[in-house]
Ligand binder design. Structure first.
Ligand code: DP6
Length: 341
């Protein structure tokens, strides 16, 4: 019997984003989304069996910390519910407790998908520990059911499409919303430079945020226009047409943040520093550089460019007084088991 498993798992950046849930119990999005796994933003998650069935402990070491800290009871409760769900789904009784440790190579809850990398790692780790044989699509579905929907996209490799799912019954719906790789990491030499402006943790979690999306007067417009963006970006991706790809990616970020800022209560993730980086990206473009931004639920900005321009663009942002650090990311594989004991 496997006693302990360690998984490394990437965060991901969505080019077409997921915001709002059609069904919050089943963590179903309103539409498909499309992302890339990030080589420089990785969680390492270890799960070890414990004898006592009730034991569930978790210790985390976040970016910049030297010591591990214990999870609070709300975090443990969420993980316990998720573990119970996975056991039930796999039809394996819970006969053990677990101790979990996790470490991140990047700031936590700062708009860089730290819960996606953590929950994808946790899912692959638990299923491996339980020695259950399931497909990668099912693995992504289970990761989605953790509540951090975007975790589904950190399971497959490289460039990943998460399908919204369809079906008549709740079980059909639950099983059909899966993520799949549409291209390996080496398909396209593009880079994501995370321009780090803050390490502060966001105050409103995505779960509360998703619930508010439907209250925005701009949400119907987002739903009407997103399928066209998905279609156009997919064609641009297939033809490696970076200019169209970047334009659509930026439009989708702005569409999502318009919804966020106009939902009730509103969510303003940008700071003045965020806007400054966005404006600089536009300026660089006016000077002939091929560079675009994407922003998740946080203040930090993902600056996306072709690999050949990465060093020049990184040097530009490194000189800016508000920039704390730049995290370089290439397209990366999905979650992987790295150690079994
Ligand atoms: C704004 O519900 O997956 O990043 O649980 O915080 O990881 P966390 O969030 P989740 O929603 C993330 C939404 C987003 C856009 C996206 O990644 O598609």
């Amino acid at each position: 019997m496997i006693q302990s498993v360690t998984v490394t798992s990437p965060a991901n950046i969505a080019f077409i984003k997921y915001w709002g849930q059609k069904n919050d119990e089943l963590v179903l999005p309103f539409h498909d989304s499309f992302s890339m796994n990030l080589s420089g933003c990785v969680s390492t998650v270890t799960i070890q069996r414990q004898q006592a069935i009730k034991d569930l402990t978790m210790q985390s070491k976040f970016y910049g910390q030297t010591e591990f800290s214990e999870a609070n009871s709300a975090q443990l409760h969420k993980i316990k519910q998720f573990f119970d769900f996975v056991h039930q789904y796999l039809n394996i009784p819970s006969s053990h407790g677990y101790s979990i440790t996790s470490e991140n190579s990047f700031p936590h809850k700062a708009g860089i998908a730290s819960s996606a990398s953590f929950y994808a790692g946790l899912t692959l780790g638990l299923v491996t520990l339980l020695e259950a044989e399931i497909s990668q699509a099912e693995m992504s579905m289970l990761a989605r059911m953790s509540g951090s929907g975007s975790a589904a996209r950190s399971i497959p490799d490289g460039f990943v499409w998460w399908h919204k799912g369809n079906g008549e019954t709740p079980v059909e719906l639950m099983k059909s919303s899966v993520a799949e790789s549409i291209a390996a990491p080496n398909y396209w030499d593009i880079a994501d430079l995370v321009v780090l402006l803050t390490q502060d943790q966001k105050k409103v979690g995505s779960q509360a945020g998703h619930k508010g999306a439907v209250s925005s007067a701009f949400f119907p417009d987002r739903l009407l226009s997103v399928d066209e963006r998905l279609k156009t970006i997919r064609t641009a991706f297939d033809h490696k047409d970076f200019a169209t790809f970047g334009k659509i990616m930026e439009e989708d970020t702005l569409s999502m943040h318009l919804v966020m800022m106009t939902q009730n209560p509103p969510l303003y993730f940008w700071s003045g520093k965020t806007l400054e980086v966005m404006k600089q990206v536009v300026n660089l473009r006016e000077q002939g550089m091929h560079v675009y931004f994407s922003i998740d639920a946080g203040e930090n900005v993902h600056v996306i460019c072709q690999k050949a321009d990465e060093a020049k663009i990184a040097a530009h942002f490194r000189q800016q007084p508000d920039v704390l650090n730049i995290i370089h990311n290439d397209p990366a594989p999905g979650a992987r088991v790295t150690q079994l004991v």
